[in-house]
Design a protein around this ligand. Structure first.
Ligand SMILES: Cc1ncc(COP(=O)(O)O)c(C=O)c1O
Length: 362
């Protein structure tokens, strides 16, 4: 076990532990576990916080995407554009609906969808675009919206990011335990301002039925449950402060001079640093040295989506996505969470410096 983890989830909820146990105990006392008062209250509170109109709790962020695409009637014969550099679930949801994921390259500076490359890949079959607010940084929604194609925002990594969740016809979130707002297991959310769409999503998450009597649609069994909604309600009022602390920690890495030895993520006000990802052509050697120093790190999406075995049949395995490939080789996530100590960050920066100077004398 590394001495410094990549994310310390327990440190985030430690100050809330007593209340957390009380809320879980209250659910146990109530005997209600499915679509009960915590789920309904969380949906209202999350919709109000996000300024989203409607929020529908589902079982996880992957189902949130599948159900959003289903609600938009996306299926066989349709194409949906998404980044080649993102978590597998983004493209998997498109394929799960029987539609074709069409990959586009990313912008070198932001690692988010490159709107120009998206434009080049639009065909008459393109039914939606799924921008991902990768690593917590809002995607170029203004430019993408200009293409006039419905946008489904994959905001799994960007809960509370200014500028996320406001442009798409639908937005989706994951509350996987390492996310900015997190549950104690799997959980997810779909938001939309469109009331009709919200109603369809509500039906879809519960077998296409309002009251388990008439089944109007072929749906899913994908509900947020009370045992997850209760902690989510407790954590929601803290997410703003947690995101502020993440931004503060990101700024501290820059102040500590990390930028002298690797390329730092460029800051912008909406960035909520779901993960803190730097870049270096020496990424793998730096990682080796971090392991030896007891510091956890990660290198995301090393095999980009167009080359993933399950997605090869969609025909872009040989296509070129130069910025995706470069990001796959160079990205390096360093420890960051809400409340990470300055001393911990100093150790991380010294270890990266050491790795780079060791390399220089080789
Ligand atoms: C960009 C992105 N989309 C979708 C998902 C899927 O979310 P979940 O793991 O809750 O199914 C994740 C997360 O894990 C993600 O990072």
């Amino acid at each position: 076990m590394p001495q410094i983890p990549l994310v310390d989830v327990k440190a985030q909820y430690a100050p809330l532990l007593d209340e957390l146990k009380e809320r879980i105990a209250a659910v146990l006392d109530s005997g209600r576990f499915i679509l009960g008062p915590n789920v309904h209250a969380f949906e209202e509170e999350a919709a109000a916080y996000l300024g989203a109109g409607h929020a529908i709790g589902v079982a996880n962020g992957t189902d949130a995407l599948v159900i959003a695409l289903d609600a938009l009637d996306i299926g066989p014969g349709d194409e949906v554009i998404c980044p080649a550099f993102t978590f597998y679930a983004t493209a998997e949801s498109i394929a799960r609906r029987g539609a074709k994921p069409v990959f586009a390259d990313i912008d070198a500076r932001t690692m988010n969808l490159d709107p120009e490359d998206v434009r080049a890949r639009v065909t008459e079959r393109t039914k939606a675009i799924i921008p991902v607010h990768l690593f917590g940084r809002p995607a170029a929604l203004g430019q993408l919206a200009g293409l006039g194609i419905p946008i489904v925002e994959d905001a799994a990594q960007a809960f509370g990011a200014q500028g996320a969740g406001k442009t798409g016809v639908v937005s989706t979130y994951s509350f996987f335990p390492t996310k900015n707002l997190f549950a104690l297991g799997d959980a997810g959310l779909v938001t939309t301002r469109d009331e009709e769409l919200a109603e369809r999503i509500r039906l879809l998450r519960f077998h296409g039925s309002k009251a388990k009597k008439d089944f109007e649609l072929v749906g899913y069994n994908s509900r947020l449950d009370e045992l997850q909604a209760a902690p989510l309600r407790l954590f929601l009022p803290h997410v703003e402060e947690w995101n502020r602390l993440r931004r503060e920690a990101a700024a501290r890495y820059a102040e500590l001079g990390l930028g002298e030895v690797c390329e730092l993520p460029e800051d912008e006000p909406g960035h909520v640093y779901h993960v803190y990802v730097v870049r270096s052509p020496e990424r793998d050697r730096i990682r080796e040295h971090l392991v030896a120093s007891g510091i956890a790190s990660s290198a995301y999406y090393q095999t980009p989506l167009h080359r993933q075995p399950a997605l090869r049949p969609f025909g872009q395995a040989e296509a070129e996505f130069p910025e995706t490939e470069r990001a796959a080789r160079e990205n390096l996530a360093l420890p960051l969470w809400a409340g990470i100590g300055a001393d911990v960050q100093e150790r991380v920066v010294s270890a990266v410096r050491e790795a780079v100077s060791l390399e220089a004398v080789r």
